[in-house]
Design a protein around this ligand. Structure first.
Ligand code: HEC
Ligand code: HEC
Length: 374
């Protein structure tokens, strides 16, 4: 580029930036903004994900290899309100680390004060899931998932175009994107890279150090279940000789992450017809009438920290959850056959809940790498 063209380029750049700075509320699209060179390190350091092997096979897409710099960038984006239209909310606003990344509300509320349809999900061990993110499984990957909250009107209510502009003109993000993805110019900062970084951060959110893990998987001799917790475990697990009276929670909350990752109607709503669910759940995504009112089995890791419960946060306590399961559903035709009435004494109920509390992993919620970096 000749010197005078360069100067013109710089002048245009300045003009554009001044304009943007003056008019923060209504930001114009930056199509005419100059594309700037970014300097600084551009060779990301590969990151080896460490986790206890009993948790399963991680799902690490080949087109988004994890790097130290990618994870750091993802963490910043996750906690940064720059992702919302009025800079008041971030992913963090509905996903607090100390509540296993939930928000304590029955239904989450976005920047406009409009409640979403559903309760925020716990973000835990998602790297062991292959697909079916959200209660209704409508996102196929963590990358796909992360596109959605930005533009959802009841969440961050921004546009990706606007977010890209804000990131490109930001003081720090260009260098962070370069460090994470080796890009050279601000125009290469895209929504695709932003969601890749967020997904990398989310894949590090691994919990496998609860009391349950220490007793069952690590054989840590300094830890043992109390008699109450042991009784709770026995009630939770499916017996070999199933009695109808047995809760058998592991029919669905199975495996190291306490989920079969399948969709079920677990007996919440008493509807006359499958068309009558107020939230059709899976059925609204795949169009299968029989799947109306089914939702993905959530993991129960850290369940004591994530009240209220179910896709709509209808139960405030684990006692209420158990009482509902004990009724054995309402005879709605697509209720899972494993939803059957059972009768627990008060002592057994408390034992089952005490067992669920052993799934709390304080080293996960307090992990310094998962906290707000700002
Ligand atoms: C307004 C509150 C709110 C904001 C902001 C928000 N979320 Fe969520 N999140 C939710 C709710 C509610 C659900 C469940 C929605 C559903 O199933 O329809 C959810 C679900 C998820 C899931 C699915 C987890 C699973 O196990 O399937 C992921 C991942 C997630 N959010 C990540 C993010 C990220 C990343 C951001 C920021 C880009 C974000 N969320 C912003 C409320 C929010
Ligand atoms: C037929 C499969 C199935 C069985 C059996 C089952 N669950 Fe569930 N569980 C689910 C599904 C599906 C959901 C989500 C339902 C929804 O939100 O609509 C769920 C949700 C939950 C939740 C709320 C989780 C959250 O993040 O809000 C808890 C707690 C829970 N189950 C505990 C149990 C316990 C304890 C048992 C045994 C008494 C049990 N479940 C038996 C499938 C099952």
């Amino acid at each position: 580029m000749k010197t005078y063209t360069k100067l013109l380029f710089l002048a245009a750049c300045l003009a554009c930036f001044t304009f943007l700075a003056c008019d923060d509320d209504e930001m114009p699209s930056c199509d005419n903004c100059p594309d700037e060179l970014i300097t600084g390190p551009n060779v990301p350091t590969p990151y080896t994900l460490e986790f206890p092997s009993f948790l399963g096979q991680p799902n690490l897409p080949a087109d988004n290899p994890m790097t130290e710099q990618g994870i750091l960038l993802g963490r910043m984006l996750f906690f940064d309100p720059i992702l919302s239209a009025d800079s008041t909310m971030s992913c963090f606003s509905c996903h607090f680390p100390e509540q296993s990344f939930t928000d304590g509300l029955d239904k989450s509320v976005g920047i406009l004060g409009i409640p979403t349809q559903r309760s925020a999900m716990s973000l835990v061990n998602m790297v062991f899931m292959e697909k079916d993110f959200f209660w209704d499984g409508r996102a196929n990957s963590l990358e796909d998932q992360a596109f959605l909250p930005i533009e959802a009107h009841d969440e961050l209510n921004d546009s990706w175009e606007n977010v890209e502009t804000k990131l490109r003109r930001h003081n720090d993000y260009p260098a962070l994107f370069r460090a994470a993805f080796g890009i050279d110019r601000t125009s290469e900062i895209t929504r695709d890279l932003a969601v890749k970084a967020i997904a990398q951060f989310e894949r590090t959110l691994i919990s496998g150090n609860s009391k349950y893990d220490k007793v069952i998987w690590f054989n840590d001799l300094s830890q043992e279940f109390t008699e109450q917790e042991q009784l709770g475990l026995e009630l939770f697990e499916v017996e070999t000789a199933i009695t109808l009276e047995h809760p058998g929670c592991t029919h669905c909350h199975s495996g190291p992450n306490f989920t079969d990752n399948k969709f079920h109607n677990n007996g919440l709503d008493n509807v006359a017809s499958l068309a009558d669910f107020s939230d059709l759940g899976r059925g609204a995504i795949n169009g299968v009438f029989f799947d109306n009112g089914t939702f993905r089995t959530p993991s129960l890791r850290n369940i004591a920290l994530t009240a209220p419960y179910m896709h709509d946060g209808r139960f405030e306590t684990l006692e209420q959850v158990l009482d509902n399961y004990a009724q054995g559903g309402h005879g709605v035709e697509n209720e899972d056959p494993n939803i059957r009435p059972f009768d627990l004494t008060q002592e057994e109920k408390e034992a089952l809940i005490a067992f669920l509390h052993t799934l709390t992993d304080t080293s996960f919620v307090n992990n310094p790498r998962f906290q707000n970096p700002f």
